[in-house]
Ligand binder design. Sequence first.
Ligand code: GLN
Ligand code: ZN
Length: 757
Amino acid sequence: MPTLTLPGYPRIGQDRELKRATERYWKDPSLEGELLSIARDLRERHWRRQVELGIDLVAVGDFSFYDTMLDASVLFGCVPDRYRALGRPDSLAVYFAMARGTKDLAALEMTKWFDTNYHYIVPEIDGRFELHAENLLAQVREARSLKLRPKPVVPGPYTFLKLAKLAPGLALEDALERIAPIYGELIARLAGEGVEWVALDEPALVLDDPPPADALRRAYDTMGSGAGNLRILLQTYFEDLGTNREFALSLPVGGIGLDLIRGPRQWELLVPDGGLPSDWIVVAGVVDGRNVWRSDLADLLERLSMVQGRLGERLWIGPSCSLLHLPYTVAAEMNLDPEVRDWICFAEERLLELSILKRGLAGGRAAIEAELAINRKILDARQRSERFQDSAVRQRQSKLDESDYTRAPFEERRAVQRVELGLPLLPTTTIGSFPQTVELRSIRNRYRSGKIRRNEYQNFIDASIGEVIRVQEQIGLDVLVHGEFERSDMVEYFAEQMHGMLATSNGWVQSYGTRYVRPPLIYGDVSRPKAMTVRESALAQSLTKKPVKGMLTGPVTILNWSFPHTGLTREEIATQIALALRDETVDLEAAGIRIIQIDEPAFREGLPLRASGRSPYLRWAVRAFRLASSGVRPSTQIHSHMCYSDFNEIIDSIAAMDADVISIENSRSAGELLHAFDRFQYPRGIGPGIYDVHSERVPPVAEMVDLIHRSGRILPRDLLWVNPDCGLKTRRDEEALPSLRNMVAAARQVRASWSGS
Ligand code: GLN
Ligand code: ZN
């Protein structure tokens, strides 16, 4: 019988208990006891659920108050000195200060975890390490006291250091050498607790970069020296090991976890002479931890049976990666279309699939005959469903030609837009959303739960639009927005209105800290039955003479922030979404909207982990954007927005998107911007964000004047725009409006000085 284990389980609580308890604690630190006890309950509930669903070795250490990389920073004593005055290095006060900053201290940097929408806190390494294992050991004991078999999960030394910021002059090799004894100490302590296996997560091994082989092997030798009976599982995921395969197989560990969904070629390791060391176990990651469609169980059983014939008890099974990236359970989706509901698995259903496979491997096909029959029926139904295929969409797709992707040349567009829009030098605008009040959120919830009627909800939205137009005119912005009050989420709003997509009601996945998102399902061909944003934009435009920007979420972002179906390529799905958005731009234009912004904040996140996949991705992603934006007249100005300025790798693609204007993040340093643009003259309008919306601080005019001047030295003045670096949705009016007033004052000041010179 194969052993069943997993790299990690969701931790936020099925009813988002962790978010609520954490945010209560942030407001009132005297509630630490409550937070700790809710955390303990959640861990116990999650472990029990794993065991009920057939897991043999439960994951311990995958629970986190914010992020597991941050937990590892504390575990290994990588707490920068500036935070240490706040308490013990492993206290909650220090922990959350590193995660979110305090009044006086900035937070550690945060960035995306591989190609997911999960963000980790970047460790800061100065070369000193010390072990703080008590929290982890306490959790191991918790699991033991429940009579479970704990498998602690910790980032491996290579991944931990590779993703960290090393102090200047500290080489990765040196850091590895110094941290290895600390890992060794941890492993010895875990062995002392009777732990059988510890998983070291080493997803960095799937990246193109070759690891520093000798140093890393030495580190693993050192780490394992006091392990006794405890064995190390080298856990990989998100890709094939590629050229690092041979190296990974040479490490002194007891087994390896492989992602067979993203790296299906790795099945070849599981044949005789496939290269797997003869005393290793292998955890075959056979069910998808990144997407939701049901697995083909009969197919998996057949392949796994063959492998089991060769490896016997050395074959273990699990999900392809941590289940952190999936919501808890489909059972909580009471309102989901029942047909589509049948087709999907969240975390619990994934474990159920594994437990069925385990029984099948133990007792043969006959033992799970009934489950296989149901599985087959569902897969066939999905394949055949009319909901899945839309011939009108496919036909339209097949008729696309180059002209659908091309607008008139930029200089030509620029000339007509100048006349059409009559904007000043350094036009001021915002990124789209304005603060959403508690009242708005509560009215939206009441509308969703049927407590108030549609027209009552719409009246409230319309009044908010009227108010925000008035406010923007008063502030003196040049290009206005309608404020996005009708949207709780920029992807979900479109998913709810498009055919082929569905929003979930409880499918929360952690994005960072206590910020969770509900990725929609793309279950079939995508199309737009009717206009999605025209009513609100047209209303806003009717209230002002200034141009109002229409606001759409781009095709690549909608795709990247959803669970896409697997019957088409990502390129094909992006094309379908682009066609739907293109119709929307045409309708907006017909309704008198002269500027349309198509946001692509997830454009860069979709970049494949491997360099070989990058240019194909960029090619179709750019084309999807162009398809969405090329249906309008040359006089209609297309904007796009991206929440980062780190364009170095992709600046050519950004230019190829051919937007008339892009707005980007930049407020932290105009220096980074310089970096991308000294190599490449960006040939379009550009609004480098002039202040950081993620902070509650109101930036003074002088500071923004300075930043505009600095941008003006790097970029052509007549192509510069002035705007914040992202939407204002999560701010309060008290912060957002004074900041915008200062921003407009700054633009006017620079405008005057430039026109004078
Ligand atoms: N238009 C969106 C907003 O202003 C953009 C959000 C984003 O970039 N993530 O909220
Ligand atoms: Zn943004």
